[in-house]
Design a protein around this ligand. Structure first.
Ligand SMILES: Cc1cc2nc3c(=O)[nH]c(=O)nc-3n(C[C@H](O)[C@H](O)[C@H](O)COP(=O)(O)O)c2cc1C
Length: 182
C-alpha cells in the first residue's frame, strides 16, 4: 500500500456510474456529465449529486429548482465526454455541440436527453456546500427506462458508462459479465 496524494484521495472511490444532468430555465438548457451521484432513499425516491458551483448546470438548477438524471449507454461515451469538457457558459447550444437531443421532461418543466436509456426527473429539496462542490438533493418525481430494466438493470443489452478520472472511461458488456446470484 502507498499513501495517495491528498488531492486524489476521493478518486479511490471511482469508477462510478456516469450520467448526464440536465436542467432548463429562462437562461437556457443545461447538460453536463456527472459521476458524483448517489441514491439516498427508496421511499420516497431521493438522490443526490455533487456539482461544482462554477458549472453552468449548477446555475440553471439553482434557478429552475428542477434537474434530471439521464442514463446513457456506452455507445454515447464520446457525447458524454464532450458534455463533461465543454461548458454551457462557452457555447450557445450545448446539446447540439455534444450531439445530443433535448426533449421535454414528462413531469418537470425541464429538458431531458432523448438518447437516454433511463431518466429520473427531480425536484430540488436542498443544496448544501461541501468543500469545492455543492451537494444537490432531489426528490425523484418520476423515473422511466427504455429497455433492459425490470426492477433493476439486467445488463444484458445496456452497457453502463464508468468514469475513473482524467478522461478515462470504462464499460462492462455481455462478454465480460461475471455474475453472482444471492
Ligand atoms: C465523466 C465526467 C464526470 C464528471 N462528473 C462531475 C460531477 O459529478 N460533478 C461536477 O461538478 N462536475 C463533473 N464533471 C465536470 C463537468 O461535467 C464539466 O465541468 C462540464 O463542462 C460542466 O458543464 P456546464 O458548465 O455546461 O455545466 C465531470 C466530467 C466528466 C468528463
Amino acid at each position: 500500500m502507498k499513501v495517495v496524494d491528498y488531492e486524489y484521495i476521493v478518486r479511490l472511490i471511482q469508477p462510478r456510474l456516469t450520467v448526464l444532468i440536465t436542467s432548463s430555465s429562462k437562461q437556457g438548457n443545461a447538460v453536463m456529465a456527472a459521476a458524483w451521484i448517489t441514491p439516498l432513499s427508496y421511499i420516497p425516491p431521493i438522490i443526490g449529486v455533487s456539482i461544482a458551483r462554477d458549472r453552468f448546470t449548477y446555475k440553471i438548477i439553482k434557478e429552475s429548482k428542477f434537474f434530471a438524471v439521464n442514463i446513457l449507454d456506452f455507445y454515447y461515451v464520446d457525447n458524454i465526454a464532450r458534455a463533461g469538457s465543454i461548458s454551457g457558459y462557452k457555447v450557445d447550444d450545448k446539446f447540439e455541440v455534444c450531439g445530443l437531443t433535448a426533449v421535454p421532461g414528462l413531469k418537470t418543466p425541464i429538458n431531458v436527453v432523448n438518447e437516454a436509456i433511463g431518466i429520473l426527473e427531480c425536484k430540488t429539496l436542498k443544496i448544501e456546500n461541501y468543500g469545492d462542490h455543492d451537494f444537490i438533493v432531489g426528490e425523484v418525481l418520476c423515473g422511466y427506462a427504455k429497455k433492459d430494466f425490470n426492477t433493476y438493470w439486467l445488463l444484458e443489452d445496456y452497457n453502463p458508462v464508468f468514469y475513473v478520472s482524467e478522461g478515462h472511461f470504462y464499460t462492462i458488456d455481455k462478454s465480460s459479465l461475471k455474475k453472482y446470484e444471492l
